[in-house]
Design a protein around this ligand. Structure first.
Ligand SMILES: [Zn+2]
Ligand SMILES: [Zn+2]
Length: 262
């Protein structure tokens, strides 16, 4: 049986309140053996930790501060995150990053928080899960300054999840040691530009994710997304790269384990 890794899900979301266990079981039945549960703000950290403690073999978590919540950024938050980063359940720091589309949080504040959080992830020895929407130029500035080269001990400093940049952005990020997260949008008919950028990056730099409950693949657009959708995304990735589904499962799961240093 194929083994997949959903590197980015938000199962703590209230839309999973009544059937979270079923969703996790359905993921496993679909071959999604590992899931990274992502917490976007301190109020979500305890739930993500609890989920990974309840399912230690299946779920690890990332704790961070999404740019939507940049107003909550403070030295105290950075200190609290540094303490949590040492816990064995915490595989990564994220989401952190920049969003110039869905929030009008000031760009200067977003950049300052992102720099501090990315620097934190590097000093705590944890990979970063980066969110970037409409902000690739500033992302490249911050990443270029803090991560000019790929890491020596690991394959990746982190991942730019739900990658939506162009071919140049993809090249810039992989050259500096970042993986690219691929989710539902790769299956959307209009996204030829995205598929070309991913081809340029190479399958060895790609990890699969659902971003559940958001971004469902083509077959379930408009509905709630869940980790069991990973095989549909993988099938599209196989088509994009002209590789077999087995090859995509093996390679992207390997990449994901390297990303989260498991
Ligand atoms: Zn995101
Ligand atoms: Zn997310």
């Amino acid at each position: 049986m194929l083994a997949f890794f959903d590197t980015h899900a938000h199962l703590g979301d209230s839309v999973f309140e009544t059937d979270r266990e079923t969703v996790l079981d359905r993921a496993r039945a679909a071959g999604v053996i590992n899931i990274a549960e992502i917490a976007d703000a301190p109020k979500e950290w305890p739930g993500a930790l609890a989920l990974s403690r309840a399912r230690p073999l299946q779920v690890r978590c990332a704790l961070g501060l999404h740019p939507y919540y940049v107003a909550e950024f403070s030295p105290a938050l950075l200190g609290a995150l540094a303490a949590k980063a040492r816990l064995p359940e915490v595989a990564a720091i994220g989401e952190i990053g920049l969003d110039y589309v869905k929030t009008d949080a000031p760009k200067g504040a977003q950049i300052a928080a992102f720099r501090a959080l990315l620097a934190g992830s590097l000093s705590w020895g944890r990979p970063a899960v980066i969110h970037c929407r409409g902000a690739y130029e500033d992302l490249r500035d911050v990443v270029g300054a803090l991560c000019p080269h790929p890491p020596a001990e690991f394959r990746f400093w982190g991942v730019v999840h739900c990658f939506s940049g162009g071919e140049d952005d993809a090249r810039f990020l992989v050259e500096r040691g970042f993986a690219l997260g691929v989710d539902g949008p790769v299956t959307y008919p209009k996204n030829d530009g995205l598929r070309a950028a991913l081809r340029g990056a190479g399958l060895e730099r790609i990890v699969l994710e659902t971003d559940s409950p958001y971004l469902p693949p083509q077959s379930s657009r408009g509905k709630r997304n869940e980790p069991a959708a990973i095989p549909e995304i993988a099938a599209k990735v196989a088509e994009v790269f002209g590789r077999t589904l087995e090859d995509v499962a093996r390679t992207t799961t390997d990449n994901a384990r390297a990303l989260y240093r498991l």
